[in-house]
Design a protein around this ligand. Structure first.
Ligand SMILES: Nc1ncnc2c1ncn2[C@@H]1O[C@H](COP(=O)(O)OP(=O)(O)OP(=O)(O)O)[C@@H](O)[C@H]1O
Length: 250
């Protein structure tokens, strides 16, 4: 069997005396869409920064595609797409100019780059907006540009930290369905962090994190079954209300 796309083992990270991650283990396979749910301060962003190689954990092992950041950072980044909470596209230049710039950072050029930009504009309904400065687009359209940018290198793993922040309900639904479709058709593994349960109802797996610990890791159906909950919102609330240590995942 091929290496997992992502393999985190017992990751720990503290900021001074405050422990942000208290032993996180998580593996993801090709094409899996995993929803990472957790309240504010749960440790989601810290986990993302560690996966992206921005800093190393205090303890534990981080492998992407069977590689570690210390010896294979550039090979990992070539196969990783990242959407952080903060904006990373330039508001003053057009959609296409942003995509072209980011493509060049990955060594793409000529018809290869043009072809990828074309395909991404079509996939994310940006065709009519392609020559507009990003500043003139709506919040939902700007987030679609962010995601298209993160996909310019055709990553095998896309990590998204609250990608729908600031969007209305219908734009959020659109965004989720675009990315869900991407995981299904292109076999991109997606880790989608949010604190909004409705965004991850269709995920292959839901991971619930709180106080730096994984409190649940299973399919939506299994979580509903296990908690005897009405719906996923109820699942989430019940799991967060359990005392850490009660029925922790194996
Ligand atoms: N640079 C930092 N210095 C000190 N403490 C930090 C730093 N970054 C995060 N923390 C703390 O670590 C814990 C986890 O924060 P993190 O941002 O990873 O959570 P999160 O789940 O992404 O939260 P949110 O949903 O609010 O973005 C919090 O208690 C936070 O205050």
């Amino acid at each position: 069997m091929s290496d997992p796309v992502l393999d985190l083992r017992d990751i720990r990270k503290s900021y001074g005396t405050s422990e942000a991650l208290a032993g996180i283990s998580l593996a993801m396979q090709e094409g899996e869409f995993v929803g990472l749910l957790g309240p504010n301060g749960a440790g989601k962003s810290t986990m993302f920064q560690i996966i992206a190689g921005l800093f190393a954990p205090d303890a534990g092992s981080v492998r992407l595609f069977g590689l570690d950041h210390a010896s294979n950072g550039p090979r990992i980044l070539a196969r990783l797409g990242v959407v952080f909470q903060a904006r990373s596209v330039d508001l003053d230049i057009s959609v296409v100019a942003n995509l072209r710039f980011h493509g060049r950072l990955f060594g793409l050029s000529g018809s290869d780059l043009a072809g990828r930009i074309e395909a991404l504009c079509t996939r994310f309904n940006l065709d009519d907006l392609r020559n507009r400065p990003v500043r003139t687009l709506s919040g939902g359209q700007q987030r679609r540009v962010e995601i298209a940018r993160a996909l310019i290198n055709e990553p095998d793993l896309l990590i998204m930290d609250e990608p729908s922040a600031g969007l209305d309900a219908s734009s959020r639904r659109d965004l989720v369905s675009h990315v869900r479709d991407l995981a299904r058709t292109e076999k991109v593994a997606v880790l989608w962090a949010t604190h909004l349960v409705d965004e991850v109802g269709d995920a292959d797996r839901i991971v619930i994190i709180d106080h730096g610990r994984i409190r649940a890791n299973d399919t939506p159906a299994a979580l509903l079954d296990e908690t005897d909950a009405e719906d996923l919102t109820d699942v989430y609330e019940r799991i967060l209300q359990r005392r850490p240590g009660d029925a922790e995942p194996g």
